[in-house]
Design a binder for this molecule. Structure first.
Ligand SMILES: Cc1ncc(COP(=O)(O)O)c(C=O)c1O
Length: 382
């Protein structure tokens, strides 16, 4: 029988504030794959690797921080854990609280988080409270709550979250044997970039840290908080990052920078990753790749090795997925598949794609003519 993969506290105990015998709440997080991205590497002119953090137990890098934060909460005798969240923290906190037998409460901005992530938190038994306000207001509220009650705040303002998340940098250094020149990373509340930089420093390897914010939620780029942050990348829709100073320090002391990417650039990168690299992440995760593909970054990292990480599964946040399924009888489907095989992608909107679509549609009509059932196109968010 294969021995179970150790969780990250067990794996990196020497670098974490946990003694042997301390309670450990683990779901087997960490040890995520690093995948070479050939198409992206071609476009960028450098070797690009993707750190697939979506393979963590609840689907995001938050689990690295949560195993530490919830283990510490148990050690301290907390009765419950609480957090504000744009979605992934809620899912992770709820799962680890359930595992620890603690109560969990999460405060989310009303109507602003992906349904899949909300479902996770609810299924793990957390109390979910929807606040009429944004993430920054929710975080202010839970900070005040945790100051007055015996509950543990497990947002990335909690030091144990940073401790756990720094292990992703350890893994990158191990996986690439130190051959890493730059890291492109999305920035929301700025906990993760802070954690990576901490980990790189402890591992004795300091790549350029290139942080990317969504243009509608880019306080670090603007140099001032954003009162009403807006972006399609819901996980980084944050206007006043809690780890502001540390994030800026990571970028300046590594010779990196912070830049903004538009929603259109994020969605292009999101589709490119899924369609050409086979990596279906959520829009926020694609912000790092969108940043990598901007002319500014291409000049900066050209001829060196860049890595970026995909933080969460697209499955949890399908709201930005454009469509698409076509239903029909066996003959209809055969016609469509035939069109795809002979002419290429019939759903493409490029000029070539439109011509191809025209011919494929012809095939569909012939197929439809051969069978009595009509062909219907239906949209579905995945
Ligand atoms: C998928 C994803 N990417 C990036 C981030 C940004 O991380 P941070 O808020 O630590 O900057 C988050 C935060 O929620 C996230 O869920």
């Amino acid at each position: 029988m294969l021995p179970p993969m150790p969780g990250l506290i067990e794996r990196y105990r020497d670098h974490l504030p946990f003694e042997p015998g301390d309670p450990v709440v683990s779901l087997g997080e960490g040890s995520t794959p690093l995948v070479y991205a050939p198409r992206l590497s071609d476009r960028v002119g450098a070797d690009v690797w993707l750190k697939i953090e979506g393979t963590n137990p609840t689907g995001s890098f938050k689990d690295r921080g949560m195993t530490c934060a919830v283990s510490a909460a148990v050690r301290e005798g907390a009765e419950a854990v609480v957090c504000a969240s744009t979605g992934n923290t809620a899912a992770s906190a709820a799962a680890y609280a359930a595992r620890a037998g603690l109560r969990g409460a999460v405060i989310v901005p009303e109507g602003k988080i992906a349904t899949g992530k909300l479902a996770q938190a609810l299924m793990h038994g957390a109390r979910v409270i929807a606040l009429r306000g944004n993430f920054d207001e929710a975080l202010k509220l839970v900070r005040a709550l945790a100051a007055r009650h015996p509950v543990s705040l497990v947002n990335s303002v909690n030091e144990f979250r940073i401790q756990g998340q720094k292990t992703a940098a350890f893994e990158l250094v191990e996986q690439l044997g130190g051959e890493l020149d730059a890291l492109c990373i999305p920035v929301g509340n700025a906990g993760n970039i802070t954690a990576y930089w901490r980990g790189f420093n402890e591992a004795g390897h300091r790549p350029q840290m290139l942080g990317f914010q969504a243009a509608g939620a880019a306080p670090l780029v603007l140099g001032a908080p954003v009162a009403n942050p807006e972006t399609v990348a819901s996980a980084i829709r944050i206007g006043n990052p809690a780890r502001w100073e540390e994030a800026m320090d990571a970028m300046t002391s590594s010779g990196g920078a912070v830049n903004a990417v538009s929603d259109a650039q994020i969605l292009d990168a999101y589709r490119f990753l899924a369609a050409t690299e086979g990596v279906f992440c959520e829009p926020a995760s694609a912000a790092g790749v969108a940043g990598l593909l901007t002319p500014w970054t291409l000049v900066t990292v050209a001829a060196s090795v860049a890595a970026f990480y995909a933080s969460a599964k697209g499955l949890q946040d399908g709201d930005a997925v454009p469509v698409i399924a076509i239903t029909g009888t066996a003959a209809n489907v055969a016609g469509i598949v035939g069109g795809i095989i002979v002419f290429g992608d019939p759903l493409s909107t490029t000029p070539v794609g439109l011509v191809v679509q025209f011919f494929a549609f012809g095939l569909v009509l012939i197929a439809a003519w051969l069978t009595p059932a009509p062909v219907r196109a239906v949209g579905a968010a995945v």
